[in-house]
Design a protein around this ligand. Structure first.
Ligand SMILES: [Fe+2]
Ligand SMILES: [Fe+2]
Length: 214
């Protein structure tokens, strides 16, 4: 054995050890994510239906666009995007509790029971708690989810999703809007269109907002 070999061996052993540890961590994370994604999807669909699933998927796509070049954890975004509005859903909401706080509470219970890795949990909970404001100074995931959620409320999608929430009565093919459904949806869409562009934090999100409200 040459001197060079004996000097290299410990370094290789450490690298191999780290690589094995990293692979184990990744495979644990992969299993953890796929099991829990299924549970989160089931709960989101059960309480929020297609509306909540579609909203979450749009947010994930928007984060990919506005977060290009930023460092963020896509697993945290996936989970937070699905759970951030749980506190608004029938069966989950609690009168008198702001939905951001309620969603955070529900998510924290879920993640603790699921033994979520702590570093992942912190990002998810911050993103949920601050998705309607206060994300400044928090993790990138919080800023990204905040801006994506605000963007989803403006433009064509912002209008359509408000009108899609109007309760109706009667049966297909001609269900009728109930009460002030139409006027309420119009007012909510208008308020979002005026307010949301002002609260955006990321330059790319602001550019998209300008196009959406032109
Ligand atoms: Fe929300
Ligand atoms: Fe939302």
């Amino acid at each position: 054995m040459t001197n060079a070999d004996s000097e290299r061996r410990p370094a290789h052993a450490i690298q191999d050890f780290l690589r094995a540890g990293h692979a184990l961590y990744n495979s644990y994370n992969g299993v953890w994510m796929s099991v829990n994604r299924k549970k989160v999807l089931r709960l989101t669909e059960r309480y929020g239906g297609d509306w909540a699933i579609q909203h979450a998927q749009r947010l994930i796509r928007l984060v990919e666009i506005i977060g290009e070049g930023m460092e963020y954890d896509s697993e945290a975004i996936w989970l937070a995007a699905h759970m951030h509005d749980w506190g608004t859903l029938p069966g989950f909401c609690r009168p008198g509790v702001a939905h951001c706080d309620r969603s955070r509470e529900l998510a924290e219970d879920f993640l603790r029971q699921a033994k979520c890795p702590p570093d992942l949990m912190i990002k998810i909970l911050e993103a949920i708690e601050f998705h309607h404001g206060g994300a400044d100074g928090h993790c990138n995931e919080a800023v990204l989810l905040h801006d994506a959620d605000a963007l989803d409320g403006i433009g064509v999608m912002g209008v359509l999703r408000e009108f899609a929430m109007i309760p109706t009565e009667g049966h297909l093919p001609y269900p009728l809007p109930v009460g002030i459904g139409m006027a309420g949806a119009y007012e909510r869409a208008k308020i979002r269109m005026e307010n949301n562009p002002r609260i955006l934090r990321l330059p790319k999100a602001r550019r998209i907002a300008r196009r959406r409200v032109q």
